[in-house]
Design a protein around this ligand. Structure first.
Ligand SMILES: Nc1ncnc2c1ncn2[C@@H]1O[C@H](COP(=O)(O)OP(=O)(O)OP(=O)(O)O)[C@@H](O)[C@H]1O
Length: 654
């Protein structure tokens, strides 16, 4: 039994409806230790036969057997393994990978062996030293002479320790000196117990081997042994494995580096889209935090106001206030509110629409006042303290205090004022409520027009009672134990029923913040859409680049397939390159976004003492996620196309 046998091989090419038979029943048997030359006229089918022997061609009739076992040409994986383990190729045009160094060209094949990284590099260096290129390992193919290139190709063909070396016109492009060296090497390879099959036009080359097979008209014309075959030494063979993923990533990275100029532009273009996503999200964060901080300054978000629910009123509107027609909350109802889960405190809220303040001999009009509750913002009190004790009052700095004593308004603390206002009893009768209180603090609101005038609740209630008014409020302020429970408490109060009728209506400042934040989110979304469009452009850019890369690298794909890489390896090669582009783009985008954040915040700080752009870690992660998704999607089609290429067609690409 011979090592490799061709049995009744028939092969035809089809052009339209025409059939061109090229091989018409080839039967050949090859043994290890032989250096066989196949001679024949041009177009006689030599290369076609080599592609069949080498496991690149699957469409033929007949069979190829290795050690008596037929190769299954239908099984692509089996063919990948066959090429990887058994076959080494040497071509007339060298077919080295231009963006890899001499060493890396040899390592491509070694990356599909089970050797350790160190052993792979060592073997590659040994093989290159054997072909006389020890000093050239860092060079790129275009820095080598033709003879040197062919010697790299020989080293690469031997790298995975294959039993069969197929050499297609290996000396066709070489001068006589280099031809001699290559033939010496091929003989040496055969003498190691390998089978060397070479295709040639040259009688001189053929005569350097051990056996000459002549092809004519698609058949074997003659098969002559001219020298005894070398001794077969069936040595231990290097074992192979599918290509390491990391090796694909490394090759992708090397190609990426090789085209750094173009790739930098693509990265920059893609980064612009990602940068806008990060920056706009950061701006959205900053603005919504700004809005909530401004609102929190005016009111306490942990407190909600509750009034009686009136049908047909514009309920659920966070900004709506109770009106004169709203029924009052009874003491029992205030108790009911206090019993709700997570409620910390319930206080009645009274608003005084217009009052007069008298101090010594002066009288000043007070546009608005209320009682002091948890909803009042302690932040607004600039001098003194809140009117928490009976008989205390806080007055507004500009509207009242400065009018009473322009120069020394601070000295008003501790002084007594009289406050009076008129209101209607339910019967329609007008009454005057008046009280005397000590100024405990002077307030100043940050929001324009708002006045900080507040009377101690107990004091106001007493004055109301004296005027014959009920102290049942139309509104109550309900303080919740923690901010997280505000929504929950509001919805449970809204659900309280008296029989079938809903009793209360809540209004939380949190819903106002939420409402405003919705606007900010909408604005951020619109900006993100703009960013998304530039991301789509970026994705298209990557797709086009990848397609261009596939057509530029068609030959490389053929070479890698011939070396035994599978379709999956090829697909992964392009996906890896696209992913590298995506991840680097996201990195560049993050750096630019942080720089822009610094610049913009620096400028805006002059307008308001606030950091408006607040890029979070989550924004950055989102950008990376988007970049990875985009590059994966962009690589999908080109990578598929690359993987689908027929290795023979790919190899013959210019
Ligand atoms: N993909 C193809 N489609 C159609 N015809 C093809 C194809 N490949 C090769 N042929 C034809 O098959 C025949 C054999 O081609 P092949 O390349 O095997 O010949 P060869 O003996 O290697 O020639 P040369 O010595 O010139 O390289 C030629 O007539 C060629 O035109």
């Amino acid at each position: 039994m011979s090592f490799l046998e061709l049995k009744n091989i028939h092969k035809s090419y089809h052009l339209g409806s025409q059939t061109f038979p090229v091989l018409k029943g080839i039967n050949l048997a090859f043994d290890l230790g032989d250096f066989v030359s196949i001679l024949g006229e041009s177009g006689g089918g030599k290369s076609t036969l080599m592609n069949i022997i080498g496991g690149l061609d699957r469409n033929f009739d007949g069979s190829v057997t290795i050690k008596g076992k037929a190769l299954n040409h239908k099984n692509e994986k089996a063919l990948d393994t066959y090429r990887r383990e058994t076959i080494g190729y040497i071509y007339q045009s060298y077919n080295l990978i231009s963006h890899l160094t001499v060493l890396d060209n040899v390592l491509v094949s070694l990356d599909m062996t089970t050797l350790s990284k160190k052993a792979r590099v060592l073997r590659a260096k040994e093989l290159l030293a054997r072909v006389g290129l020890a000093g050239q390992i860092k060079k790129y193919p275009n820095q080598l002479s033709g003879g040197q290139k062919q010697r790299v190709a020989i080293a690469r063909a031997l790298a995975s320790d294959p039993k069969v070396i197929i050499a297609d016109e290996p000396t066709g492009a070489l001068d006589s000196e280099n031809t001699k060296e290559v033939l010496r090497l091929l003989n040496e390879i055969a003498s190691e117990g390998r089978l060397v099959i070479t295709v040639t036009h040259s009688e001189a080359v053929a005569n350097a081997g051990t056996r000459i097979v002549r092809l004519a008209d698609g058949k074997i014309e003659s098969d002559k042994r001219i020298r005894q075959a070398y001794d077969r030494q069936d040595k231990e063979h290097l074992s192979s494995r599918p290509l390491r993923r990391l090796a694909s990533i490394k090759t992708a990275f090397k190609h990426f580096r090789h085209n750094l100029g173009t790739n930098s532009l693509i990265i920059f273009g893609t980064a612009i889209g990602l940068f806008s996503v990060i920056l706009f999200s950061g701006l959205g964060n900053g603005v919504s935090h700004y809005i909530s901080s401004q609102i929190t300054k005016v009111a306490n978000p942990q407190v909600m106001s509750v009034s009686r629910y009136v049908k047909d009123s514009d309920d659920d509107n966070a900004l709506s206030m109770s009106t004169d027609d709203t029924p009052a909350l009874s003491t029992n109802q205030l108790d009911q509110l206090k019993k709700q889960k997570h409620v910390a405190k319930v206080e009645p809220t009274y608003s005084i629409p217009s009052a007069t303040v008298s101090y010594q001999n002066q009288t000043v009009k007070m546009r608005y006042a209320s009682n002091w509750t948890a909803a009042s913002t302690a932040d607004a009190i600039k001098i003194g303290h809140a009117p928490k004790k009976a008989g205390e009052v806080v007055i507004d700095q500009d509207a009242i205090a400065k009018k009473l004593d322009k120069e020394h308004y601070q000295d008003l603390i501790g002084k007594q004022i009289q406050l009076a206002y008129q209101t209607n009893k339910p019967s329609g009768e007008t009454v005057t409520v008046s009280l005397t209180a000590t100024i405990s603090g002077i307030g100043h609101s940050d929001s324009k027009g708002a006045q900080v005038n507040a009377v101690n609740t107990e004091t106001l209630q007493k004055a109301m009672q004296q005027a014959g008014l009920s102290t049942d409020p139309t509104e109550a302020s309900v303080k919740v134990d923690t901010l997280d429970h505000v929504e929950e408490v509001a919805s449970s109060i809204d659900k309280v029923k008296d029989g079938h009728n809903r009793l209360y209506k809540t209004s939380t400042i949190q819903s106002l913040i939420k409402q405003l934040q919705t606007y900010v989110n909408i604005a951020t979304f619109v900006l993100s859409m703009v960013a998304a469009i530039s991301l789509i452009v970026s994705a298209l850019m990557i797709i086009v680049t990848m397609f261009m890369s596939v057509s530029k690298r068609t030959k490389e794909i053929g070479i890698l397939r011939a070396l035994g890489e599978s379709k999956r390896d090829i697909r992964w090669l392009f996906i890896a390159e696209s992913l590298i582009t995506g991840v680097l783009s996201a990195t560049v985008a993050t750096v630019i976004a942080y720089l822009a954040q610094r610049g913009i915040n620096g400028v805006l700080r002059n307008l308001a003492d606030y950091t408006f752009v607040q890029i979070t870690f989550r924004n950055v992660i989102t950008a990376f996620f988007l970049a990875i998704m985009i590059s994966l999607l962009a690589a999908l089609l080109p990578a598929r196309r690359a993987a689908k290429l027929n290795p023979i067609d790919a190899l013959s690409a210019e």
